[in-house]
Design a protein. Structure first.
Ligand SMILES: Nc1ncnc2c1ncn2[C@@H]1O[C@H](COP(=O)(O)OP(=O)(O)OP(=O)(O)O)[C@@H](O)[C@H]1O
Ligand SMILES: [Mg+2]
Length: 266
């Protein structure tokens, strides 16, 4: 079996959830998304009400087609709801113009996808600088900001590499650095470890954990229970509804128990 080398939880700052309830950064009320397909209405999200506090680390689970990505796209201001309300960082996205939505997306939200979505012939450094082209005002020290984010995800020595010169885990780190370069409050990741082996997945989850400790709110979708264990809260969707919402002890806070080297078989 694989023994996870768990970092000590001793010096971590308190989570938002550990103290009094923080103001919700994400607040959905009766949120619905209905797609019209031919003659039929397909209810992808069905009156979802939930709040996510600043600083939380949330894993979203549920079967295929249960509405996880639809929820992520709404939280990410990539799509608008059919009905209900969604407040992001105090602003009701239903009332925003397309320009204001794009602005909110650029300023407040970073996205990470299962397939990394990198440009094939562009260096890691250039990939990470790309979102800065759309920032207002455009920072003058863009290259330095990108370098810092690549260092933060452990890629100091790979800045000039193109995606095919990088492993899957390294490519996902580039994608995470790109998602961070605009200094977002919320990091959204839709199955970020879906294309990675289990050891690399753990390394990527450690990156998300470190970012969350620095204060970024993390919401990720996963099909894997072991991945969901890294989060502080697990929300389960089915048929477009939330059917379960539990606060759990993340892997990095769980007490480390000794694993017997060769215990008797049960
Ligand atoms: N653009 C679209 N047009 C029509 N139907 C859609 C669209 N996007 C999603 N759906 C439907 O909405 C439902 C929810 O889809 P969603 O992608 O949110 O599921 P999911 O939970 O992310 O699934 P998976 O685990 O397979 O990624 C599905 O039935 C899907 O077919
Ligand atoms: Mg999905």
């Amino acid at each position: 079996m694989t023994v996870i080398d768990r970092p000590s939880a001793g010096d971590r700052p308190a989570r938002a959830s550990a103290g009094p309830p923080a103001a919700a950064l994400i607040s959905a009320h009766d949120l619905s998304k209905v797609y019209r397909v031919g003659e039929q209405d397909l209810v992808a999200l069905d009156k979802v009400t939930l709040e996510i506090a600043a600083g939380d680390f949330v894993a979203i689970m549920g079967p295929s087609g249960s509405g996880k990505s639809t929820m992520m796209n709404l939280i990410g201001a990539l799509d608008v709801p059919t009905s209900g309300s969604l407040r992001l960082d105090g602003r009701d996205i239903g009332t925003l113009s397309a320009d204001d939505l794009a602005d909110l997306r650029n300023r407040s939200i970073g996205f990470v996808f299962q397939q990394f979505n990198l440009l094939p012939r562009t260096s890691a450094l250039r990939q990470v600088m790309l979102p800065l082209l759309y920032a207002h005002p455009r920072p003058e020290n863009g290259e330095e900001l990108a370098r810092r984010r690549l260092e933060q995800v452990g890629l100091s020595a790979r800045m000039d590499h193109t995606p095919r010169q990088l492993s899957g885990g390294q490519q996902q780190r580039v994608a995470i650095a790109r998602a961070l370069v605009n200094n977002p409050k919320i990091l959204l990741a839709d199955e970020p470890t879906g294309a990675l082996d289990s050891k690399t997945s753990e390394e990527i989850m450690q990156v998300f954990t470190d970012l969350n400790r620095e204060g970024i709110t993390v919401v990720l979708v996963t099909h894997e229970p072991e991945i969901a264990l890294w989060a502080g809260r697990r929300i389960t969707f089915r048929d477009g509804r939330v059917i379960d919402d539990v606060r759990q002890t993340p892997i990095t806070e769980a007490p480390i128990t000794e694993t017997p080297v060769a215990g008797p078989s049960p």
